[in-house]
Design a protein around this ligand. Sequence first.
Ligand SMILES: Nc1ncnc2c1ncn2[C@@H]1O[C@H](COP(=O)(O)OP(=O)(O)OP(=O)(O)O)[C@@H](O)[C@H]1O
Ligand SMILES: [Mg+2]
Length: 139
Amino acid sequence: MLNKILIATDGSDHARKALEYASDIAAKYEATVYLIHVVSPLPSMPEVDVQKIQDIQQKIAKEIIEEAEREIKKKGVESYQSTILQGQPAQEIIEFARKNSVDMIVMGSHGAGSVETLLLGSVSHKVSHLADCTCVTVK
Ligand SMILES: Nc1ncnc2c1ncn2[C@@H]1O[C@H](COP(=O)(O)OP(=O)(O)OP(=O)(O)O)[C@@H](O)[C@H]1O
Ligand SMILES: [Mg+2]
């Protein structure tokens, strides 16, 4: 029943907790993990070297994914694939889940933006409402 589990990470402590939770489940079910990180578009900023910032964004994205890979391997997940996407995080997560017919999306309740006055962050809120599959937000 749980063959494909998508874990969305922004590299935050919240996402790390979600990753631990999801990879435990994935290892038990021998499910394939789809690790994804979405790089958000830059706001328009005059007089800055956009290319340089994008290079840094890519470097950070790779580090986030590599750290997540190390973590899930430690938890005993054997089958996984990692993807770095560009765009609006919630939209990209929902679309990726649809295209790959995942059974469950696991996210942190909050993320790197963490003003924790709201019940959920904007990405986890949007994904929970709009995705076709079960969404788990880890607290
Ligand atoms: N860029 C991203 N790529 C992949 N997953 C993400 C991304 N941003 C958020 N997530 C996932 O969504 C969870 C909740 O993060 P979210 O961005 O909703 O909260 P926040 O950063 O606290 O609030 P906000 O971004 O609305 O200020 C994260 O723990 C992570 O699992
Ligand atoms: Mg955020």
